[in-house]
Design a protein around this ligand. Structure first.
Ligand code: NAP
Length: 480
């Protein structure tokens, strides 16, 4: 085992998976930005853990290359020099319980004695063993927090087992379930748009809204993550967490205060009000697909039944949303990379179209509104026009807007849970998804093929045709 000590006191973050994609592409750039903006305590230390036989110098060289590629704030050699003094590399195997006492001794050696955040940037099968092995550090008696990456379990039972272990090992409120969508600028903006504009606040209900659509499309396939993805699939990888979280923010009642606990309670109520899907009717609520060529991807089973596309129709059984369908879809190898929320308002007259509001989450961030005006000139016809605000097109906004992981790491350091999922939410979401998967396997089982570069399987259209709705392709509006 290697690890060079740098003498300093205090707190820090320990990244399990310090040589992984997430650490290099997201966590180090986020920490570097916080360092440059002087938002890290002066003696804050960063310990990356991996299996590779790196010296500290090797590690810093790689971290530097990634920062040059991915840092939001301009990379500066002199700032990297002082940032690099915070960084350590430690080699170990998470599976080997006998290596943990040495790891803990190493923390003492580098005087990591204040508050420590353990970041699980590792494959989910390591969450339990790491937690069990860390318990010898007595985290319930010390200042430790833990950030757990998604996926949090692969069903309700495994999520329960993990949650139980975490509760035994860490103090209440010290476990941070990350859903990086919650740190995104436009997700935070949904509440502002909803509650700080009377033109939207008053009409955000069944009387004015015809349907809601939430999309998260990717153009890439599974790339190097075939092994993980083939065990997971679109429902578990995207829907149970990111899309359900967005749904809850779009649909929640106005929180009694804009504080973490009140917002979480309002979101939870949405999950409690989700109308259970009658198992025999699952075909009218869920469509799963798989892109052509998926089974030939590296580390994917040649007869894989894993879905790379999922579209779901949900209903929320409460006063505000009675009868309004929420259509949510996600998939890989689709025609476009984009995530957005689309609010389709009711048509008020035969000759006019219903208004459409699009909250663009990524890659472009902004707000689009389609509305009706009189056709210019002598005629009395109606013309559809748009207002399109692109937040990310403004250079200053791009430079000054923190990345999701930057926000989330800072929030955890400040003990702010508002940008994280909560266990009771995770539990309800798993319960819903588990039941949907179970019903689908019993009463449908169809896995519709689709070609790369399309909008997914045609069969997904049928979810909406029952209600005489259609998928609103945001791209069509945004370019037009
Ligand atoms: N990548 C993303 O953009 C992203 C986004 C959202 C969530 N996540 C989640 O973040 C987690 C990590 O994803 P990733 O993409 O970073 O994975 P990855 O690139 O495969 O990295 C895995 C990391 O775990 C380490 N590791 C694996 N087995 C180990 C063992 N037995 N002992 C010690 N170290 C071990 C690897 O170290 P060595 O390479 O040195 O062996 C590497 O640092 C996953 O839960 C994933 O779902 C990732």
């Amino acid at each position: 085992m290697t690890g060079q000590a740098l003498m300093s006191n205090g707190s820090g973050i320990v990244i399990f998976g310090g040589t992984g994609d997430l650490a290099y592409r997201k966590l180090f750039p986020a920490l570097y930005n916080l360092h440059v903006l002087e938002e890290l305590p002066t003696d804050y230390q960063i310990i990356g853990i991996g299996r590779r036989d790196y010296s500290r110098w090797d590690y810093l060289t790689i971290v530097k290359e990634w920062l040059q590629k991915y840092s939001r704030v301009k990379y500066l050699e002199e700032r990297f020099t002082d940032f690099s003094e915070r960084i350590h590399y430690y080699k170990m195997d998470f599976d080997k319980a006998e290596q943990y006492p040495d790891l803990l001794a190493y923390f003492d050696e580098i005087k990591l004695q204040g508050e420590v955040i353990f970041y699980y940037a590792v494959a989910p099968q390591y969450f339990l063993p790491i937690t069990k092995n860390l318990s010898i550090r007595n985290c319930r008696l010390r200042e430790c927090k833990v950030i757990v990456e998604k996926p949090f379990g692969d069903d309700l039972t495994s999520a329960h087992a993990l949650s139980k272990e975490l509760k035994q090992s860490f103090l209440p409120g010290h476990v941070y379930y990350i859903d990086h969508y919650l740190g995104k600028e436009m997700i935070l903006n949904i509440m502002t748009i909803r509650f700080f504009n009377s033109i939207f606040k008053g009409v955000w209900n069944k009387d004015f809204i015809e349907s809601v659509q939430i999309n998260a499309f990717e153009t890439v396939g599974v790339e190097s993550r075939g092994g993980y993805y083939d065990e997971s699939g679109a429902l578990r990888d995207m829907m149970q967490n990111h899309l359900f979280q967005i749904l809850s923010i779009v649909a929640m009642e106005e929180p009694t205060a804009m504080e973490s606990e009140e917002i979480k309670a309002a979101q939870l109520k949405v999950f409690q009000d989700l109308k259970p899907i009658v198992p025999t009717e699952i075909g009218k609520h869920l469509v799963l697909g798989q892109y052509a060529g998926y089974r030939q991807e590296d580390k994917v089973a040649p007869d894989s039944q894993t879905e790379t596309y999922a579209a779901m129709k949900l209903l929320i059984d409460n006063e505000r949303w009675q009868g309004v369908p929420f259509y949510i879809r996600t998939g890989k190898k689709l025609f476009s990379r984009e995530s957005e929320v689309i609010i389709q308002f009711k048509q008020t007259a035969k000759e006019a179209e219903g208004n459409i509001l699009i909250i663009k989450i990524q890659p472009d961030e902004g707000v689009y509104l389609k509305f009706n005006i009189k056709k210019p000139g002598k005629e009395n016809g109606v013309q559809v026009v748009k207002m399109d605000f692109c937040q990310s097109c403004i250079l200053e906004n791009r430079i000054n807007t923190p990345e999701a992981y930057e926000r989330l790491l800072k929030a955890c350091m400040n003990s702010d849970q508002s940008l994280f999922s909560k266990w009771d939410q995770i539990e309800l979401c798993w319960n819903f998804i588990d039941q949907a998967i179970d019903s689908y396997q019993k009463y449908s089982g169809a896995l519709y093929p689709y070609q790369a570069g399309t909008a997914g399987p045609k069969e997904a259209d049928h979810l909406l045709l029952h209600d005489q709705h259609y998928w609103i392709e945001a791209e069509m509006f945004l370019e037009g």
